[in-house]
Design a protein around this ligand. Structure first.
Ligand code: FAD
Length: 421
């Protein structure tokens, strides 16, 4: 069987790898020069089953409305994006009831846990070097009531297989001495031993190389300009004057997936949620930061990757805008300085970046068939695309090849948006 995949980010590349391993002939088209050059490029580098919650938490609409016109809000809605949110926005709000929020969190947790198992197997098989760290992550919480709420919610996740341990401020500093200057300001925190860290871009490039050796053909600098459909099936994908044909077509184009699908009359509820990162070369921090840290108050992560420190965060509904405003960069800089005041981090050392998280309306990825017989999708991973990449690639290939997936595919099917959405 022959598959054609659009997109070579984390999701398209893992899908290609697993399909090739099952003996399929696979071609991947991407408009960039190489794999992993868009949202998978400089993300937060954390694999976090500990953060399975969609961003439409109960009451999030209040935070979004309050964010209009503010430049320092972690979750931000820009007025110019409003017209594009339409039905997606309505479904986003509908999914923010406590029941749905919990159900959707658990679906994400299941795929995230499965994904880390699959990633572990991949690491053993391929020996890809991507700065992998498996010591877990630390969550910092300044407010006592917030800590209690987080531990209570932690019990819901523990019942589904997540391991976590509540920590006092002293225990946090003992575990991660680089956080000593922050110690007295913390109410406490949580250690999540299952969380991992690693450079998503290096992983994607490394896995693409393994996929290539397994027979996958990557066609870079190949923007998809059209998809041909006849009698309810895709017959070809076009890039300029070239036509590509296959038995099955997979759209894994991240935030751009809904644009490609819209041309075919298919509404897939995914919209871009912009986020930023700053990467600091040669940080002077003694003792160095060893564990990745998630700061609850700032809605951001601070991560030690090999030789650099990366801070990532914020979600902005701003359409497909990829500008890097100084105000957002200053925000992240201010924030990382509060977490690591002794590191002397300066703007001049920082490499700024932004990306568009493909956010589905219920915060759960969309993996599986579409109403067009031979067209499949793997997208909508939002803030968890690195966490869920290996599991999502494998799930897609299981569904296409008749393998038995380790999760319930119905939880991730596009069909769940029929009716109540
Ligand atoms: C600031 C930030 C921090 C994040 N931190 C984390 C984190 O710590 N942990 C985590 O799990 N996730 C994190 N994420 C989310 C994660 O990065 C994304 O979910 C993931 O990268 C999505 O991967 P993807 O393959 O779907 O999309 P992409 O990586 O964007 O890949 C899509 C590919 O499709 C190609 N494409 C699109 N349209 C076309 C076309 N018409 N023709 C040809 N090619 C096309 C693009 O070139 C691109 O290569 C973060 C995201 C951001 C923005």
């Amino acid at each position: 069987m022959k598959a054609l995949i659009i997109g070579s980010g984390l999701i398209g590349t893992t899908s290609a790898y697993f399909l090739a391993r099952r003996g399929w002939e696979v071609t991947v088209l991407d408009r960039q020069e190489g794999a992993g050059r868009e949202t998978s490029f400089a993300n937060g580098s954390l694999l976090t089953p500990s953060m399975p919650e969609p961003w439409n938490a109960p009451g999030s609409w209040r935070v979004l409305l309050a964010s209009i016109g503010r430049s320092d809000s972690p979750l931000k809605l820009r007025l110019k994006a409003l017209p594009h949110l339409g039905r997606w926005g309505a479904a986003f709000l509908r999914n923010s009831t406590p029941d749905r929020y919990q159900r959707n969190s658990i679906k994400n947790l299941k795929l995230a846990l499965r994904s880390l198992e699959v990633l572990g197997e991949l690491r053993r098989e391929t020996r890809i070097e991507y700065g992998c760290g498996t010591q877990g992550s630390l969550r910092l919480i300044r407010d006592r009531a917030a800590l209690e709420r987080a531990l209570e919610w932690g019990e819901v996740l523990r019942a589904q297989g997540l391991i976590l341990r509540g920590l006092t401020a002293d225990e946090i500093v003992a575990m991660e001495p680089a956080l000593a200057p922050l110690g007295t300001r913390l109410a406490g925190g949580i250690h999540y031993p299952f969380d991992e860290l690693g450079d998503a871009y290096r992983f994607t490039v490394g896995l693409a190389e393994h996929a290539r050796r397994a027979g996958v053909e990557f066609r870079f600098r190949t923007p998809v300009t059209g998809i041909e459909v006849r009698q309810g099936s895709v017959t070809a994908v076009r890039s300029g004057g070239e036509r590509f044909t296959a038995d099955r077509y997979v759209i894994a184009a991240g935030s751009y997936s809904p644009l490609l699908l819209k041309e075919l009359g298919l509404e897939v509820p995914v919209r871009p949620a912009k986020g930023y990162s700053l990467t600091f070369e040669h940080p002077r921090l003694d003792p160095p930061l060893r564990l990745p840290v998630c700061d609850d108050d700032f809605h951001a992560v601070v991560v030690p990757l090999e030789g650099v420190i990366r801070v990532a965060g914020t979600a902005e509904f701003a359409g497909y805008d990829l500008s890097l405003p100084q105000s957002r960069i200053r925000n992240l800089l201010r924030l990382v300085r509060q977490v690591l005041p002794a590191a002397g981090l300066e703007r001049a050392q920082a490499q700024p970046w932004c990306g568009l998280r493909p956010m589905s309306a219920d915060g759960v990825p969309i993996i599986g068939p579409t109403p067009l017989g031979n067209l499949w999708i793997n997208t909508g991973h939002g803030h968890l695309g690195w966490t869920m990449a290996a599991g999502s690639g494998q799930l897609l290939s299981d569904l296409l090849t008749g393998g038995s997936p380790g999760v319930d595919p119905a939880d991730y099917a596009l069909a769940r948006f029929d009716g109540a959405g």
